[in-house]
Write a protein that binds this ligand. Structure first.
Ligand SMILES: [Zn+2]
Length: 329
């Protein structure tokens, strides 16, 4: 039932609903539907850097859905997914962190079938959504490029054994239509970080840097949300971030732009980007004292009729979920 082309698919179901978000998992009969005939908003959770915590992100989204009785239809992520499917090719920084924290190696749990991923994806009736990410600066870029190329013309590509985790191609826009007549959210993605300027990162693999041609491609497209890894210049720290990205946001004026990469709590940038609300998402690394998600590491995006809202999830709703209980809570 999976198909390689395009991003949307119709499923025959008893209720005659048209299912537009993601593609169906062949192993799963039903899934939560985004928007339908009733005017419910499309709801996405947006995550900061994961550095391998892919299954914990899915588990958190399921936990939050049960806690709030609000089901997300998809997860979005701002890069540094930590996509290292081959232990022999993990980058040095990730390997160093992994010595103290095996969550850094979480990609290995989803690139082939594992018991914990079976439980997360297949046995949890609340885990009905997929995740889409942009690439950061800590990924296996060769493998991401290979998978992106192999996927043909579609804007996104599957990176896991369960077809639940998808990269959006560099400079591409993935849309999530509600029905044939009704458009939904459009998400553009830009990979990498800016290497220019006094504070630019050095010594990354070439694909770890923002590609000008991807910025050019996005400047010709319409999109509501921009997922990037680096910040637009000065959005988080003065003197840090990308001028190209700032120029793109200023000209394209998406409704929201989300980025990760930087330490510190997440929050809205105080800089003025016109119509665009720009947010930093803190890393979702579960390194707080009690092991719960970092402040401002996840937010809720709701979208309806070309307009939307975004708010970070309050600390009170993060606390019950920790690196110690994530498999069970
Ligand atoms: Zn980063």
């Amino acid at each position: 039932m999976r198909r390689e082309g395009g991003g949307t698919i119709k499923l025959e179901r008893r209720t005659d609903e048209t299912i537009r978000v993601g593609e169906p998992n062949p192993r799963r009969g039903a899934r939560v539907v985004c928007g339908m005939s009733d005017p419910a908003p499309q709801r996405f959770l947006v995550f900061g850097d994961l550095h391998g915590r892919i299954l914990p992100a899915f588990r958190f989204a399921s936990y939050w859905a049960r806690l709030t009785e609000r089901a997300p239809c998809g997860l979005l992520q701002v890069g540094d997914l930590g996509y290292f499917p081959d232990v022999a090719r993990i980058d040095k920084a990730t390997l160093r962190h992994a010595k103290d924290d095996p969550l850094e190696l979480g990609t290995l749990d989803v690139v082939e079938r594992t018991e914990i991923a079976d439980r997360t994806f297949d046995d949890d009736p609340h885990c009905t959504f997929d995740l889409w990410f942009t690439a950061g600066n800590h990924e296996d870029f060769d493998e991401l490029e290979r998978l992106a190329r192999a996927s043909g013309d579609q804007p996104d590509f599957v990176v896991d054994a369960y077809c639940r985790v998808r990269g959006i191609k560099d400079g591409a826009v993935r849309d999530y239509p509600i029905s044939e007549e009704q458009p939904g959210l459009k998400v553009g993605a830009l990979w990498g970080v800016d290497g220019h300027g006094a504070n630019g990162r050095k010594n990354l693999p070439p694909r770890g840097y923002i590609a000008e041609r991807a910025v050019d491609r996005l400047s010709l497209e319409a999109f509501d949300v921009l997922l990037s890894h680096d910040a637009p210049k000065d959005a988080k720290r003065v003197g840090y971030g990308s001028e190209l990205l700032a120029a793109l946001i200023e000209s394209a004026q998406p409704r929201f732009a989300f980025f990760g990469h930087y330490s510190g709590d997440g929050g809205r940038s105080e800089a003025d980007y016109g119509r665009t609300e720009v947010y930093h998402l803190a890393g979702f690394e579960l390194r707080t004292r009690d092991g719960s998600p970092e402040s401002g590491s996840v937010g809720v995006l709701e979208w309806l009729n070309g307009e939307g809202t975004f708010e970070l999830i309050e600390d009170d709703d993060l606390k019950g979920f920790t690196r110690h209980n994530w498999k069970w809570v």
